[in-house]
Design a protein around this ligand. Sequence first.
Ligand SMILES: [Zn+2]
Length: 336
Amino acid sequence: MIYLTRQYFNLCKIQFLILLSLQAMGSRHFLGRYVGQEKGPLLVAIGAMHGNEPAGVKGIELMLKMLEVEPITHPDFVFKGRFLGLLGNPTAYQRRMRFVDVDMNRHWDPVRIRQQVQQPELSRLVEDKAILSLLRLLHEEIRHDQPTEVVLLDLHTTSSTGGIFTIAGNEPDSQELAVELPAPVILGLADQLQGTLLQYFKSVRLDVPIRTISFEAGHHTDPLSVNRCIAALTCCMRAIGCVRPHDVESQHMRILLDQADGLPKLTRLVYRHSIQPEDRFVMEPNYSNFRPVQKGELLAYDSQGAVVSPYDGRILLPLYQKQGDDGFFIVQDVQL
Ligand SMILES: [Zn+2]
């Protein structure tokens, strides 16, 4: 009897999962889902929130394939919780543009989103619609899965070369998770950038604990950026308990450690150089992430003339693409 009841329950569960999958698969944001054998956290990875950053999407797709074959090659493999892969901005991704109407990772405004949830006709921009669709998928997944916690890993790449890093908000829980990934952590950046996914989930309440971090995997077109996204996903799964430490191959740690070699583990943002299109900002060539700069050093030109560094420190995210609101950032090392 117990067996039959359990069988019936499992059948209902499978039917519901199929229904949920069909709903999600109808969405252009859905990349895939892996359901673990045991209950646990819900890890949601988002790729291509900026459409010209395909590495995250490719990394998520490969990770989903790897998870499917893992129990075949390792029969004792156990996954706790779920992994959901989402594509941030499908329209911009199709066109390989950072964004179509507005920068999606500067557009997570809680007030605007609340208004549009109540009046969907207000969401006219491509990125408005993408944000609402993503939130719908996420809430549906949480409602069904009832996870122990939600972890959002937002995968990005940069127009400049050199270095990988993670960004966490001020919350200790998110910072602890960011530190677990073998990559430099940038403090203070999340609070300087308005309208990011990180900021949004800091200000809204969910029924379940949530941690959010961003990972920058290297240059947009570097094929190894895909490997680094996979490595970051693996390290994150290990850190939050989806997979057991001994199931994670050390090569994943190695990929990140090699790229982070010689870079400071912890830095803090001291300056953001925001720009407008009319500034005609042009970065000087050959700056890469974490390259040391000195106060007064010529970094760029704009319509007003020379742009120099206001501080000693290291340059981060120097802009070498047409679209973007930030010319560069300056960070300084934090002693551990
Ligand atoms: Zn990005």
